[in-house]
Design a protein around this ligand. Structure first.
Ligand code: ADP
Length: 530
């Protein structure tokens, strides 16, 4: 049985109820309760009382009565007395039809359940007066009661121990199921016995598919240098864990179900028999992809930023030093074009710095929004017009419906999103300078799309371009400036409005970036505040 299929402690509780019920019936009782002794009680695993055909009130009633009467002990393990007047109250407290209760007088009985290790508890029950069980013989016939108590105690001892074990097992199962690290266990021949949900998520295999299979066939582990591992007995990871008394730790590459390799840090250790022989192994797996991505991001950040800073600074410095030369004689036109270039480079530096500040603000936890009803159509017209004035060689086509519903949005921020998408559409369309901006509405949202006929984006890059500092690496993008922050910022802004942003693109044919914003009457903008 794998750790995903542990027996529930409730199943065992039912078995204890059966044990209590059978004991009471064998003693000719009708209803009763078993009370665990203090010394045998484990608050984490056992219930203090187990009732048979008695309500809670019935248990309290019977136990209160027992306290006033004689207590059983090892010399007199079974005490019996008449219930007298109290029995009138009992029928209301029984968990059975009153008709089932025999007519006539009732007795209350208390049986001490103990063994050589100590007292396990007491069985309190009611029975018809004189309904002596076969275990209580008169003198001379031999008393079978001690033997009955021994068997009953053995039954309870086992049940209580099993309950502790089950609780322990379910605690382990919780750790196994909830662990953020992948855990798999194997038997002595390296066949998979357990495979936790994190392992399922990391590899794409479900536990039921891999149980009983050789772990190295499922995960195809490789050393980080790319050498395949040995198989079976020669598997170096477990072979080492089985020979040493300790953990084997190393970075490795595992293969997911879809054939994709992924970097992990594994710890292999052995499970040993009481004689110290290895009978199985445990492998914990930490996914290093995220850490690697972060490392990569850090180095990309440094190289992108230094490149993006150095280029305009070099241009500004170059032009400024030519202009500053005492012998410089420049025509008015040349002077203007150089000053213009300096201004443009200063603008791009300014843009980069403000994007960096923006990105760090997003990372720090939020964007402040100034939400109000917004007419997107007029905003689109304004941004498109500005672009047309700034870049005369560009055609911006607008496809706007006659009536576009208003949205709830921060005008300045959405303007930034539009501006960014339009800038990219031009930046990544070196030849075809036609950009289309269209808007349409659904019952819940207004959707804005910016389409170009540029270089397009390969499918594998489409998911990542919204990540920080991610730039598609090809010769065309290398020749354009950019820090890979624009789309990251766009996504943060759109999502802070409760909308989504996505791309549809075909390589070498063009891209359409779209974003949606909730319509004014449907808006439920998540508050993202500093
Ligand atoms: P930047 O343009 O500064 O590099 P962005 O976050 O705006 O950063 O874009 C990330 C990457 O997505 C770009 O480097 C580019 O590779 C790709 N990209 C964005 N827009 C387009 C587009 N319209 N066509 C093709 N590629 C695009």
């Amino acid at each position: 049985m794998s750790l995903s299929q542990v027996q529930q402690p409730e199943d065992l509780h039912d078995q204890i109820v059966i044990l209590v019920g059978s004991a009471i019936r064998l003693l000719n009782g009708e209803a009763g309760v078993f009370v665990v002794a203090n010394e045998a009680f484990d608050p984490l695993s056992s219930a203090e009382y187990t009732a048979y055909r008695l309500s809670d009130a019935g248990c309290r009633f019977l136990l209160a009565l027992a306290q006033q009467r004689a207590q059983p002990d090892r010399v007199h393990p079974l005490v019996i007395d008449e219930m007298a007047r109290e029995q009138m109250e009992l029928p209301d407290m029984l968990d059975m039809d009153v008709e089932e209760l025999p007519v006539g007088m009732l007795q209350r009985c208390a049986l001490l359940v103990y063994d050589h290790a100590g007292v396990l508890g007491a069985l309190h029950y009611v029975r018809p007066t004189g309904a002596r069980s076969c275990f209580e013989r008169t003198h001379g016939e031999g008393d079978a009661l001690p033997l009955f108590i021994t068997h009953l105690a053995a039954g309870f001892r086992t049940a209580l121990k099993t309950q502790v074990l089950l609780k322990e097992q379910s605690r382990l199962a919780d750790i196994f199921q909830q662990s953020a690290e992948g855990i798999l266990t194997v038997d002595g021949s390296l066949r998979i016995v357990d495979f936790n949900p994190t392992m399922e998520r990391l590899t794409g295999w479900s536990e039921s598919e891999v149980l009983g299979k050789y772990y190295y066939e499922v995960l195809r582990p490789q050393e980080r240098q790319g050498n395949g591992q040995g198989q079976g007995e020669r598997d170096p990871l477990f072979a080492r864990a089985f020979t040493i008394h300790g953990n084997v730790q190393r970075e490795m590459i595992l293969t997911a179900r879809d054939g994709q390799p992924f970097d992990v840090f594994v710890t292999a250790s052995s499970i040993r028999s009481s004689r110290g022989e290895p009978v199985g192994g445990i492998l914990t797996v930490r996914d290093l992809t995220r850490e690697r991505e972060q490392e990569e991001q850090r180095s990309t950040f440094i190289s992108v930023i230094s490149h993006e800073l150095q280029t305009p600074i070099a241009i500004i410095k170059g032009y400024a030093s030519t202009l500053a030369r005492p012998d410089a004689v420049l025509e008015q036109e040349t002077l203007r074009s150089r000053l213009q270039a300096i201004e443009e480079e200063a603008d791009s530096l300014n843009k980069l710095v403000s994007n960096l500040l923006y990105a760090s603000r997003i990372q720090a936890g939020g964007l402040q929004m100034d939400i109000a009803p917004l007419d997107l159509a007029s905003l689109v017209q304004k941004v498109a017009h500005r672009l047309g004035v700034k870049s005369p060689g560009v055609t911006v086509r607008l496809e706007l419906p006659a009536h576009l519903p208003t949205v709830m949005a921060d005008r300045d921020r959405i303007e930034e999103v539009l501006q960014n998408l339009l800038d990219n559409a031009l930046k990544y369309s070196p030849k075809r300078r036609v950009v289309t901006v269209s808007c349409h509405s659904t019952s819940d949202e207004v959707i804005v799309s910016v389409s170009d006929q540029g270089m397009g984006i390969a499918l594998r890059d489409q998911e990542q371009i919204f990540d920080r500092f991610h730039r598609v690496d090809n010769s065309s993008t290398r020749s354009t400036q950019g820090a890979g922050l624009g789309l990251y910022i766009c996504r943060a802004i759109v999502e802070a409005h409760g909308g989504t942003i996505w791309v549809e693109s075909v390589l070498h044919q063009g891209s359409t970036f779209s974003f949606s914003l909730p319509r004014e009457e449907k808006a439920h903008v998540p508050m993202v505040v500093f």
